[in-house]
Design a protein around this ligand. Structure first.
Ligand code: NAD
Ligand code: DAU
Length: 349
């Protein structure tokens, strides 16, 4: 039985990756290691938690001793590393946790993998999941390619860039069998409602203001989370050791256009008159150092590995809106307590 460690499997993307692997590979043991921060929710995996090929371990990747012990115990064949502090606004409010988790945590996992994988074992993979934000900010033209120089501009993206460099250094220096991917903005079910799309859906449902940073002209390239999970499965199994793959939806939207679209979809679903939800749009102070535009060129993964998005944005968004409307209890559970405190501090409402 192949043993694969997925870190951050109780978070947004991680839970989709764990679900896909557990269901698709009954002969793999999938071990989900997660600290269960505010963003980690065991409820995200309630549908597969009783499967015999799934295990959950509550652990902090910054705890070096515990990580080494776990690797000794399980002797993992592979690692898919998603655990991270992931929200840019939180990294501006409090950068420290991003440095500990995203850099030191990654280093601990690399060292632990190195300690159990003897040279030449052939089948091991350390797969590090990263972001397009490491490439910086684009003007109106151009795309991020795999060889675009790094230019991170927030504490979050700087911590991810740093961990990417360390992962590559372990390949070049120690021959650790690594793979890396840098993905654009994900959307879909189970995303914590501090991120734009679920925040807007949740606020429209509750008739709260829709906070637009600056003029809403910043551009993001959106990909359905289940397509990202499929790309991760493809790269883990078929990607080349030492290589990086960019993943994106070729789907650029200004924030304001995206919010208008969401307002229309929500008005339709809730039986409101068109234009009802747009009245909630509120322009607020811009994010500090707000990157203008992200856009991924995903030619390499399409050409070399045959991956491509399976849904259009309209289809993915509709599935997403339906999921949040059908899972109001999930939203209520995650928006109590700590979330409310963060939300009030961030938006000053
Ligand atoms: P998320 O915040 O929803 O989930 C992160 C998970 O990591 C949570 O379950 C949390 O409990 C866990 N975690 C945090 N600190 C930990 C620690 N010290 N030890 C163990 N577990 C810890 O994040 P996400 O949006 O699912 O992102 C997952 C990964 O994908 C991150 O590495 C992120 O940088 C990357 N990524 C995200 C996006 C996106 O649009 N969300 C796009 C590209 C790449
Ligand atoms: O590009 C990949 C990245 O996408 C990931 O690495 C990050 O983990 C993920 O959080 C996401 O980062 P963004 O900063 O792009 O996502 P966020 O949802 O926070 O914001 C999307 C855009 O919407 C951004 O331009 C800021 C803007 N925004 C966001 C919020 C939360 C608003 O205008 N208002 C808001 O309230």
């Amino acid at each position: 039985m192949k043993k694969i460690l997925v870190t951050g499997g109780s978070g947004f993307i991680g839970s989709h990756v764990v679900r896909l692997l557990v269901n698709k590979y009954p002969n793999y043991l999938i071990v989900n290691l997660d600290k269960l921060t505010y963003a980690g929710n065991p409820e995200n995996l309630s549908d597969i938690e009783k499967n015999s090929n799934y295990r959950f371990v509550k652990m902090d990747i910054t705890n070096e001793k515990a990580i080494f012990k776990l690797f000794e115990e399980y002797k993992f064949d592979g690692v898919i590393h998603l655990a991270a502090e992931s929200h840019v606004d939180r990294s501006i409010a409090n950068p420290n946790e991003f440095i500990f988790t995203n850099i030191v945590g990654t280093l601990n996992l690399l060292n632990a993998a190195r300690s159990i994988w003897k040279e030449g074992s052939g089948h091991n993979v350390f797969y590090h999941i990263s972001t397009d934000e490491v490439y910086g900010s684009l003007d109106e033209e151009g795309f991020f390619y795999e060889d675009t120089p790094y230019d991170p501009r927030s504490p979050y993206s700087a911590s991810k860039a740093s961990s990417d460099h360390i992962v590559r250094a372990y390949y070049h220096t120690f021959g650790l069998p690594i793979k890396l991917s840098n993905c654009s903005n994900n959307y879909g079910s189970h995303q914590f409602p501090e991120k734009l799309i679920p925040l807007v859906i949740n606020n429209i449902k509750n008739q709260k203001p829709l906070p637009v940073y600056g003029k809403g002209e910043n551009i993001r390239d959106w990909l359905w989370v289940e397509d990202h999970a499929r790309a991760i499965d493809t790269i883990y199994h078929n990607g080349k050791i030492g290589e990086t793959y960019n993943i994106g939806g070729h789907n650029e939207w200004t924030n304001i256009d995206l919010i208008h679209l969401l307002c229309n979809v929500m008005d339709h679903k809730l039986g409101n008159q068109t234009g009802h939800s747009k009245k909630l749009i509120t322009f607020v102070k811009d994010r500090a150092g707000h990157d203008m535009r992200y856009a991924i060129d995903a030619t390499k993964i399409k050409k070399d590995l045959g991956w491509q998005p399976s849904v259009t944005f309209e289809q993915g968004l509709e599935k997403t809106v339906d999921w949040y409307l059908e899972n109001q209890q999930w939203l209520k559970n995650v928006t109590s307590g700590a979330y409310l405190k963060y939300y009030n501090e961030q938006y000053n409402y």
